[in-house]
Design a protein around this ligand. Sequence first.
Ligand SMILES: [Zn+2]
Length: 418
Amino acid sequence: MKVRIMRGAHEIGGSCVELDAGGSRIVLDVGKPLWAGWNDTVPLPPVPGLADGDDPSLAGVVISHSHFDHYGLLPQVDSRVPLYIGREAAAVIGASAFFSPAGLHLDPTGYLVDREPFRLGAFTITPYLVDHSAFDAYALLVEGEGRHLFYTGDIRGHGRKASLFDRLLGDPPRPVDVMLCEGTHLRPADDDHADEPPRTEDDVELSLAQRMSDADGAVVVVSSAQNIDRLVTVYRACKRAGRTLVTDLYTATVAHSTGRATIPQPGFPGFQVYVPNRQRVLVKESGEFSRLDLIDGCRVFPEELAAAPGAFTLLMPSSAIPELVRSKVLDGGVVAWSLWPGYLEDAGGMRLPESLERECIPLVIDHVSGHAPVADLQRLATALNPGRLVPIHTEASDRYGEFFDSAEIHADGEWWEV
Ligand SMILES: [Zn+2]
């Protein structure tokens, strides 16, 4: 079995890996690089048959999880190429399409199921459900010509599904000849963003609950609508603090799309929905008013929120904050940034800290990464005991040797034997 990393050997985002065995090929992930804007066109990696669907040796594409830097180039992949992804991951991506350029309506050939091997060309693929900030995310064990490659995808062990990481450590696949290992938190030596201190989703829950107890006014948590783990965290914090959770329509729609009755969504006690102006306009202009049926009976309006702000915690996109300020919902309140803090530093985000300061609204950060710290990656490598460990999804591949015994670096585009 041969493999080449098409993108990701030296960067975070845009991951794409091609494998070749027994006369057939498969592709793991076709991400859009993080440096590309929504409107930038990025060519597909030059994998034969990917763009035109004309090469029968290409048996299919497998998407590890529902983050744009892992599936964002799918619209350029020919629809005849078989596609595999988690069922709920596909549902989340589909539910996002109305609200975000990141969304897509997919028509998968088959779905990934935890620890259920399936054949694709000359390969046998076993998905392993993992803990990550994307819902329904998988690591992938790929067997071809008797060799075994384990692709971590994006992975962590400190989220709401931390038990999946422990299960992988306790019952790892064997043997693993190559572990293709993400290294988001391996940082270049001159990087001043040090590895973050170990913190879990449970820590974020407790911290947010404390902020809700301390604040007189509303608490607005800014997060991603697709981060279901964080939704659960905020809902649990609300329960602790005796507050009602108010999400936007996008978050409510995504939560509902999972089809999971255990995920907080409209109909849950203490769950209401406010439709921010931008989403209200989207519904009006599309004429898709049935989208509001979902929030029948739990929709809430700014006057109600402003009348008793201390009773509510809002989980909202940052774009909704100005209208919440204008309608006095945030008087006496606090904004908790629950995304990667780097997003606060970019040009668009810089205006948020300044405008909140002008309004005397405190801005705090309550976040934990979707990726494992280096120590957890080491624990995983010890458990899997791979013959070789190859970096991907990292800006510090040259540092893997400091942390892993069997590190071996391969550049983008280079074929090598598993
Ligand atoms: Zn991811």
